[in-house]
Ligand binder design. Structure first.
Ligand SMILES: C[S@@+](CC[C@H](N)C(=O)[O-])C[C@H]1O[C@@H](n2cnc3c(N)ncnc32)[C@H](O)[C@@H]1O
Length: 346
């Protein structure tokens, strides 16, 4: 299917956008969304050589959160009218960018010294410094356990609370010091011993990795924003349009999987009990009737060894794709679904 309208919900440095513009000469309207103004400047510079040709695409750069994709696209004055319902391809490449990680002043990285900031949107109210110095211990525990999957969550939270009693923790290296000394009772730890021994899924990672990841996800409210964005993004697709999401964290992948299953009319794990009950067939039927499209990837696609060698960050990437119903089928007819399902989508 030709891609006339493409929306990149995580424009970043514009790498994916550049690829789409180069590989899809039929592209007419391109929209790049990002919360980070620095990302927009970098992307604008990178994409400038591809713009301005009479037959080339028009690029709209929108600063905002992808959870607001519906209102951002509704307010975008694109040629051909409103974009909602006209998006042929949409991408979310989740998480932090290399540019953000490499900017010490943004505070995302434990490898460089800088303020503990971690806001993707520099205008957002909450920074990681406020979280580290003011969040109740129980909240720090929850963040470290759920978002960092940090085995030593209780010990790391305790160390942060003890350290901040002596004075505020303001720099990334201060935080690294605090976290780096944390030991789990029994020898399993978030510090050097887990680095040596692998520490389960934390094989060979820096002891502060999980703490920094957890704080970043909390500061930017990443999982909630993603859960809000997915159904909204699906509703923006054209018939046959596709949404691709690249995730790097198990919670992100779970949110994507569940949102896609719900949109495809399949029961999510929370609905399994209902489905296996006596009226399960009714539940299945009503879910199927409300389906908006289908899963293109039943299992997430992972990077192969060559890609991982060229781009080590892709090692933990998972790609899932959803297709909105109503697009042209391979035989040229409109794509099939049950009569009831098609009716529900009209
Ligand atoms: C992994 S980078 C994307 C890189 C991009 N695909 C490229 O090729 O350069 C993720 C980008 O998404 C942005 N971002 C993260 N969460 C966002 C959100 N909720 N709304 C809008 N942008 C977001 C970040 O600021 C960052 O620039």
């Amino acid at each position: 299917m030709p891609i006339k309208v493409y929306v990149d919900c995580t424009l970043g440095a514009g790498g994916h956008m550049e690829g789409m513009m180069q590989q899809h000469p039929e592209l007419q309207t391109a929209v790049g969304i990002d919360v980070d103004p620095v990302a927009h400047s970098i992307a604008a510079e990178r994409l400038a050589p591809l713009l301005g040709r009479p037959s080339g695409p028009t690029l709209h750069q929108l600063r905002g959160n992808y959870s607001d994709v519906l209102s951002l696209l509704s307010g975008c004055a694109a040629a051909g009218g409103p974009l909602v319902g006209r998006v042929d391809a949409m991408l979310m490449d989740l998480g932090v960018s290399s540019m953000q990680l490499d900017s010490a002043g943004r505070g995302f990285s434990f490898m460089a010294d800088g303020p503990i900031d971690m806001r993707m949107d520099p205008g957002a109210a909450l920074s990681a410094e406020e979280l580290v110095n003011a969040a109740p211990e129980a909240e720090l525990c929850r963040i470290l356990r759920d978002y960092g999957e940090e085995k030593a969550w209780r010990a790391v939270a305790r160390r942060i609370v003890t350290a901040r009693e002596a004075g505020p923790i303001t720099t990334t290296q201060q935080l690294v010091q605090v976290v780096g000394q944390t030991q789990l009772r029994g020898g399993n730890s978030s510090s050097s011993s887990s680095k040596r021994r692998g520490g389960g899924s934390g094989r060979g990672i820096h002891p502060a990795t999980r703490t920094f990841q957890a704080l970043r996800i909390a500061v930017n409210n990443e999982i909630v924003r993603l859960e809000q964005a997915l159904p909204a993004a699906i509703s923006c697709l054209s018939p046959g349009g596709r949404l691709a999401v690249i995730s790097f964290h198990s919670l992100e992948d779970r949110a994507v999987k569940h949102a896609f299953m719900a949109a495809a009319g399949r029961p999510t794990p929370e609905q399994e009990a209902l489905v296996s009950g006596p009226d399960g067939w009714r539940v299945l039927d009503s879910l199927a009737a409300a389906a908006q499209g289908r899963l293109i990837t039943r299992k997430p696609l992972l990077a192969g060894p060559e890609e991982v060698a060229a781009n080590p960050r892709s090692r933990s990437a998972k790609l899932r794709v959803f297709e909105r119903a109503g697009g042209p089928a391979a035989d040229g007819s409109s794509s099939k679904g049950s009569k009831r399902r098609r009716h529900a989508m009209e």
